[in-house]
Design a protein around this ligand. Structure first.
Ligand SMILES: *Cc1c(COP(=O)(O)O)cnc(C)c1O
Length: 391
């Protein structure tokens, strides 16, 4: 298999090199407060046989993969949910079971491998929390130096996790969008590899592995997939995996994908309706999908249009309810951003075919943000001394 970059806007092709991020031509028209323009995609050239392995479809050779077991996450068959919802073929792809407990490991893994291949030891990024703790953990396994810019509101567990892995962490006096801009300014001055989501083309490429795994685990493509959306990089990654499999003749067509955002942080959803991106200050309990300017918005929107995908929103109350319902009915405890995908399924279920093969992608472990998780439960207030107190 051969690989190159191709600009998603002007179709110019480029060799895969570490200094290339967005398309040099198209990014000249980049406007402030707008999603990135000129996102580069990895293009595959070649064929595969039946016994292909996922690494055959990745542009960095397995020899460079760090020694940390990313991916191969379980596909749950949630019996209670199947019974209660009537969807007999409902699955949950649990990416919170990745080594640093979020989906982001898929991108970090490929970026880390690329840095190794090109002999780069420094990796910089901005993150709402998960991408940062992920890069810190994967970078630790690879012996790389990770510099992380976090918004001031990042949940404590994600900050602690990144520091535990030995990353250098800067806490930004502002939100994720500000952290993003500062990390780019830092990278421009200090060099090294920047892993910012979508800006580094290997983030989308790494994220595609989830679709490849789902198709291997099901031995077919799903009919429908629910994905929570912030920057829209997971969404594009999920599309990329299915598109590659269509190109290679493994599956007949790209499945129907439903992107789910929080009602109060719904930039891509709004653009899906209006056709343009408008920067509005947003907030939601689902911190990992709290994004004012979805960095991969233009590309994600193009994918949704091309493959007839959908965007929908759920309220914070629905997210909190979905989180505790998922925990108590399946044993899978996910963070709010991750529960948003399930909340989307719950909201959409009445209009869906219950015989459809549905996969809900969960993206982060619930322990990542235990403060938000207390919103959906009753924490006992009184302390007891003897069992007589309760019997
Ligand atoms: C990052 C993240 C998302 C959203 O991914 P985007 O690529 O920003 O759309 C969803 N859930 C969790 C847990 C995340 O960390």
């Amino acid at each position: 298999m051969d690989f190159n970059y191709r600009c998603s806007i002007c179709s110019t092709t480029y060799e895969i090199t570490p200094d290339l991020t967005v398309c040099p031509d198209c990014s000249r028209s980049q406007q402030t407060d707008q999603p990135l323009t000129g996102i580069l995609e990895v293009e595959l050239r070649g064929t595969i046989d039946r016994s292909y392995s996922i690494s055959d479809l990745l542009p960095i050779e397995p020899a460079y993969f760090p020694a940390i077991p990313v991916g191969n996450t379980p596909l749950w068959e949630p019996e209670n949910l199947r019974n209660s919802s009537g969807f007999r073929r409902l699955y949950i792809k649990d990416d919170g079971s990745n080594p640093t407990a979020s989906f982001k490991d898929r991108a970090s893994y490929l970026v880390s491998a690329a840095a190794r291949k090109f002999n780069i030891e420094d990796i910089t990024l901005a993150s709402t929390g998960n991408a940062g703790s992920s890069m810190a953990g994967v970078g630790a396994a690879a012996g790389q130096r990770v510099t992380l810019f976090l918004p001031k509101t990042a949940p404590a567990a994600k900050l602690v996790q990144a520091l535990q892995y030995g990353a250098r962490v800067f806490r930004v006096n502002g939100n994720y969008d500000m952290a993003y801009d500062l990390s780019l300014a830092f990278s421009k001055r200090k060099g090294g590899l920047n892993r910012n989501t979508a800006y580094n083309p290997l983030t989308i490429e790494g994220k595609k592995t989830v679709s490849l795994e789902i198709c291997q685990q099901l031995n077919q493509a799903p009919d429908l997939l629910f994905v929570s959306v912030g920057d829209g990089c997971i969404l594009s990654g999920v599309y990329k995996g299915f598109r590659d499999l269509v190109q290679l003749g493994v599956i007949p067509s790209v499945p129907h994908i439903i992107g789910v955002q929080a009602e109060t942080s719904d930039a891509l959803h709004r653009a899906y309706i209006s056709g343009s991106f408008e920067k509005l200050p947003t907030s939601t309990v689902a911190d990992s999908i709290c994004v004012d300017v979805p960095r991969n918005g233009i590309h994600a929107l193009a994918m949704l249009r091309k493959f007839n995908g959908e965007m929908m929103t759920v309220s914070d109350a629905q997210i909190i309810q979905a989180q505790s319902y998922l925990s108590s009915s399946t044993g899978l405890f996910t963070e709010p951003a991750s529960a948003a995908a399930f909340a989307g399924f719950q909201k959409a279920a009445p209009r869906l075919d219950p015989d459809a093969l549905v996969v809900v992608l969960t993206t982060g472990n619930g322990l990542k943000d235990s403060t938000s998780a207390t919103l959906g439960i009753q924490v006992p207030k009184t302390l007891i001394d003897t069992v007589d107190d309760i019997l």
